[in-house]
Design a protein around this ligand. Sequence first.
Ligand code: ME8
Length: 510
Amino acid sequence: MSFYVTTPIYYVNAAPHLGHAYTTIAADVLARHHRQRGEEVFFLTGTDEHGEPVADAAHALGIEPLELADRNSERFRALAPRIGASNDFFIRTTDPEHMRVVQEVLTRVKDNGHVYMGTYEGWYCPKCADFKAENEVDRGELCPIHHVKLTREQEDNYFFALSSFQEPLERLYAEHADWVAPRTRYNEALSFVKSCLRDVPLTRYKLTRGVPVPWDTEHVFYVWFDALLNYYSALAYARPGEDLTDAFWPADVHLIAKDILRFHAVYWPALLMAAGLELPKKLFVHGYLLMDGEKMSKSLGNVLDPFEVIDRFGTDALRFYLLRDVSFGQDGSVSTASFEQRYESELANDYGNLASRTIAMILRYRDGALASGALDEALAADFAALPARVAELLDGVELTSALEEIWGGVRRLNRYVEEQAPWQLAKDPARARELDRVLATLAEGLRVVSVLLHPYLPDSTGRLLDVLGVHDLSFTSATFDAGAIEQVRALEPLFPKIALDDSAEQPVGA
Ligand code: ME8
């Protein structure tokens, strides 16, 4: 079994912000979960370096586009380990190997008869790097997304005959009801397809930066076709001396936000069909992280620096917060107040405190050793269906719901401590066997929830499992098993108290 997950490749016109960290963290949770299931996983992220968004930003700074691309690409690359991302490769669209694959595939699209020379006349947003139809133009000739003035373009370009894919795309949507998720995004994508597709420029004549068109070197490929092909090209050269294409193509899941739905839901499958390549299995479209009610965006300037957030709260806390507080697939606001609340009540109390208490009691009452007798069957039964439920939800990329299910297990363990009151049992030597069973059951419950939580909280679950003497993190190990833990060691607090911010309304990292 293999599993291939991607994030969008991010524009290098500015430094990464929390919105980028969000998608990469989500992809990482999926990658780690599938590795736990013993699958061969490939997780790709990277940067999109051609096109006007980058060239314009460089121009504004008075530097060369490549210099800006190098600087910011490095920041995105550095972000990945800081947010705990276990990506297998980091692609840059300026990689010569990527550029070669773009040329090969798009030449095949032309050879297959899907390219012709024509004249584009219409609106264009340099920030979206997107052509706009008349009905997509806001009053004052503004881009509805970036609120900047659109340019009026007229140029001779090679066109991709997108309109001829109307029927195959409609068939794709009819036959694969889960090819785009959530359902609202599927409906939106299908309405793009049904709204009568127009052919789109495949190349740009006036631009100098980009992948040169092999059959006409006065043109470069339109940045979106160059960018989309990263998902395919990376496999050819990510592992030196090996071609991973057969092992991993087609991709299992492309994670994106809704801003780039049309490119992924319409252009991308049509392009792959035109090239005779297999289509990815699923697009999962998450919502926006909002600040002050608007999409956090480099162009709008209302961004949060993930590096600052991590310095203050730690990597796991950021991962947890984003996937817990914002229902994956929907928009959600982020703020320091809700971050601190989740940190305190859930990470520090529900999970961290459960772990500290359990381990402290095993050390105090039993010198760290667990008896090998039976576990509490009622509690084990409460956990029996949990792993399958989590796997099912994660197969549907329901990251928040899966986390909620696991958190139900954490809460169940906290109730168990209160119900059993081990501190009372410890006072009565006649109840020593009961105490043994409660302590072993709690340790086992902690092990099971920690294995399941591992993709979300890799660092803290790793530390806890280490203290429990557990080295098997496989998904199949997430079932109750007497004797799995024999001896525990002391645990440093998993989520120590943080200095709380006085101004509770302040946004995260601001
Ligand atoms: O669009 N909330 O790059 P980009 C949630 N290069 N996610 C957000 C977000 C927010 N406020 N802001 C950004 C591009 N994202 C192209 C993609 S792919 C072949 C080419 C995340 O730097 C989200 O994943 O504008 C969104 O789709 C992506 O960053 C856009 O990144």
